[in-house]
Design a protein around this ligand. Structure first.
Ligand SMILES: [Fe+2]
Length: 566
C-alpha cells in the first residue's frame, strides 16, 4: 500500500547525506595543523546530528498521497573528539569516533534491515494520518525516536536528546547507548533538546511539549539527577513548538510563539506543523518552582525563535536574548519538490521597519535571523523589544560561556548563515561564526539606537560549520577566555575538520585545525564536556562533578562581578 521512495540529494546537498559508523576510535593527533593550547581543557567535543538509516531520508507514495521525512529527521549520530593530555610532557592526544544513537526504534528498524516506520510529519494530510495509524498499529509508536539534536551532561552522566522522546544515556567513552533516562520513572513525556542548569543550585530545568494535552510541562531535576523535584502542567491551549527554555536566578522563561503542531489541523486537511505569522506570541516568566497560575505572561510581537542566547534578571526586568526570525525553517522546504522556490527570498536581510507594515505577506527576509532582546518588567508588565544586530549577518545556534547561563553575560557566539549557499542548495549552511559584544551604553535611552559590536570569523569558500561550542579556558578569568570549537566541512575538497578558534583573537586563523579521517555530515548542536584525567580513566563521579560545576560557576561569576565593579 505504501511505497518507500528515496529523497535524492543534489551535489550541493551532498554533505547532508549519511556516513557509515567508523566502528571504533581513531587516533588523529598527527593530523593537527597548528597547536592545541596548553591551557585547553581535557574532555570531549561531541556533536549530534541526523544520519538516516538506509541511505537517506524517505518519502512514501500511496493511495493517500505522499508522506515524507522533513529535513530535521534522520537517526542521531554522535561525532566525538577526545582531547587527552600526557601529564609528563604536556603533549596532546586526540581521538575521533562516531556512532549512532541506538533508540528503541533504531534497533527495531536495524533488526528488520529495511525502512519500516512510515514518514509521518511532512506531506499530504491523509497520507500522514495513515502513516501515524499504521506506525501505531505495527510498532506501538506513531513515529521514530530520533535522538539527533543535542548532547548534554547532568551530574556526571551524558545524554543524547531530540525533543520527540526522552533522553538516551550515552557511555561518553564508547558512545554506546545505555538506554532511556526517565528520571527514575518520573518523566514519561517528550523532553526539550535544551535543558538548562539552574544558576547556583545545579538543578536541571526541563520542559516537554506534546501533540496532545497537556501540551507543555516543566520539570526540575535534582542536582544529583536522581529525582524529579518539580513537575507542572502549564495549561497551554496549543502545542507551541518551544524548542528551548530560559533560566534566570529565580525564574524559568517560556516561549509560547505561533509555530504550532496541531493534529486537528492535520485532520482538517492542513499541515501538522505551521507557523502562523498573525498568531499571538507571549513569553512566560515563572518562578522556578511555580505553576500555571504563577506565570507572568508578556505579550510580544509575533515571531519565530528557536534558540535563546541567554536570559537573566536586571533589576525589575527579566531580559531575554534570542535569535529571532519572522518565519520558521521547520517544517521547511520539501527536499524533493519546491525547495528552490521556498528558500531564496526568505534569506534576504529583513527590514525591521517593514515588519509591521502592509508588506507582511512578502517572504523577503522572513528567515533572516537577528539577535533580539525582550526586556520584561515584572512590576509594570511593560515589554521593550529591539533588534540587537543589523542586516549584515543572519545568525543562529548561539552559545555562551556556560558559567554565565542565567546571569548577565557580556559575550555571545553564533553560527552565521551563508545566505547565498543556503538559497542555492535549499538547505541551511553556516559560513562562519560571530562574536557578539553585549556591552550597553550607560544611558538607557540610547539602548534602542544601539547595535551590538559583532566580530566575525568567516571560513574559506565552500566551507561550512555545524555544532559550534564554547570551551572555557582552564583558569580563565574573563568571560571570553576560551575557544570556539566547531566541525567544518570543505565542499570543494570533501574534507571535514575541527577548528579551534581563540575567542580573544576571534578573527585570527584558528589555533588548530584537526583533519578527520572521514566526512562528517552537517548536523545540529555540539558541546564540549570536560573529562578529568586520561581518556580511559574513570570519569568524575556524579557528586564531584556537580560540586565542581557549582564552584566554577560561582567563582567565575563572583570574579566577573568584582572585575566590573572595580
Ligand atoms: Fe536547538
Amino acid at each position: 500500500m505504501f511505497e518507500f521512495v528515496d529523497q535524492s540529494l543534489l551535489p550541493s546537498q551532498s554533505n547532508f547525506g549519511p556516513v557509515d559508523e567508523l566502528g571504533g576510535e581513531v587516533v588523529i593527533t598527527s593530523s593537527i595543523r597548528g597547536k592545541i593550547p596548553d591551557d585547553f581543557p581535557e574532555g570531549v567535543y561531541i556533536r549530534n546530528g541526523p544520519n538516516p538509516l538506509f541511505g537517506g531520508l524517505k518519502s512514501t507514495k500511496s493511495i493517500f498521497g505522499r508522506s515524507r521525512h522533513i529535513w530535521i529527521e534522520g537517526e542521531g549520530m554522535l561525532h566525538a573528539l577526545y582531547f587527552s593530555k600526557d601529564v609528563s610532557d604536556g603533549s596532546w592526544t586526540v581521538r575521533y569516533n562516531n556512532r549512532h544513537v541506538e533508540t528503541e526504534t533504531f534497533k527495531l528498524e536495524k533488526q528488520r534491515n529495511k525502512p519500516s516506520f512510515l514518514p509521518a510529519i511532512g506531506g499530504d494530510s491523509p497520507a500522514i494520518l495513515s502513516a501515524y495509524l499504521l506506525n501505531l498499529l505495527r510498532f506501538g509508536k506513531v513515529n521514530k525516536y530520533l535522538s539527533n539534536t543535542n548532547v548534554f551532561e547532568h551530574s556526571g552522566k551524558f545524554y543524547s536528546i531530540a525533543e520527540n522522546h526522552i533522553p538516551q544515556e550515552i557511555d561518553i567513552i564508547t558512545l554506546e547507548t545505555l538506554g532511556n533516562w526517565d528520571v527514575s520513572g518520573a518523566w514519561n513525556r517528550p523532553f526539550t533538546s535544551h535543558p538548562k542548569r539552574a544558576p547556583g543550585t545545579g538543578e536541571l530545568v526541563i520542559l516537554g511539549i506534546d501533540a496532545v494535552k497537556p501540551f507543555m510541562e516543566i520539570g526540575v531535576v535534582s542536582a544529583d539527577g536522581k529525582e524529579l523535584i518539580h513537575k507542572v502542567n502549564l495549561n497551554l491551549d496549543r502545542c507551541s513548538l518551544c524548542h528551548e527554555l530560559g533560566v534566570t536566578q529565580r525564574y524559568n522563561v517560556i516561549m509560547d510563539f505561533p509555530l504550532t503542531l496541531d493534529i486537528n489541523r492535520l485532520v482538517n486537511g492542513g499541515p501538522l506543523i505551521k507557523y502562523n505569522q498573525e498568531g499571538y506570541a507571549r513569553i512566560g516568566v515563572m518562578p522556578r518552582f511555580g505553576d500555571a497560575s504563577s506565570i507572568h505572561w508578556f505579550k510580544v510581537e509575533p515571531n519565530c525563535t528557536f534558540h535563546i542566547i541567554n536570559s537573566f534578571e536586571d533589576g525589575d526586568e527579566v531580559v531575554v536574548w534570542g535569535c529571532k526570525a519572522l518565519d520558521s525553517v521547520i517544517p521547511g522546504p520539501d527536499m524533493s519538490l519546491n525547495q528552490f522556490g521556498w528558500l531564496p527570498r526568505r534569506f534576504k536581510p529583513a527590514d525591521p521597519n517593514k515588519e509591521n507594515s502592509d508588506d507582511i505577506s512578502a517572504a523577503d527576509g522572513k528567515l533572516f535571523s537577528h539577535a533580539y532582546e525582550w526586556r520584561l518588567n515584572m512590576n509594570t508588565g511593560k515589554v521593550m523589544e529591539r533588534y540587537l544586530t543589523g542586516k549584515e549577518f543572519s545568525m543562529d545556534f548561539p552559545m555562551i560561556n556556560g558559567a554565565f547561563s542565567g546571569v548577565k553575560n557580556r559575550y555571545g557566539f553564533t553560527q552565521v548563515v551563508d545566505s547565498i549557499a543556503s538559497s542555492t542548495s535549499g538547505m541551511l549552511k553556516y559560513g562562519g561564526l560571530a562574536k557578539l559584544h553585549f556591552e550597553e551604553p550607560a544611558d538607557v535611552s540610547l539602548r534602542n539606537e544601539s547595535q551590538l559590536e559583532v566580530e566575525t570569523h568567516m571560513f574559506e569558500e565552500k566551507s561550512f560549520c555545524s555544532g559550534a561550542a564554547f570551551v572555557p579556558k582552564q583558569g580563565g578569568l574573563e568571560e571570553d577566555d576560551g575557544w570556539a570549537i566547531t566541525f567544518v566541512h570543505n565542499e570543494d575538497t570533501n574534507i571535514s575538520q575541527v577548528y579551534v578558534i581563540d575567542t580573544k583573537k576571534f578573527s585570527d586563523e584558528p589555533v588548530a585545525k584537526i583533519t578527520l579521517p572521514c566526512r562528517v555530515p552537517y548536523g545540529f548542536h555540539g558541546a564540549f564536556l570536560p573529562i578529568i584525567n586520561n581518556h580511559h580513566d574513570e570519569i568524575l563521579t556524579l557528586s564531584i562533578l556537580a560540586a565542581v560545576n557549582f564552584v566554577v560557576e560561582n567563582v567565575v561569576e563572583v570574579m566577573f562581578i568584582m572585575k566590573n565593579s572595580v
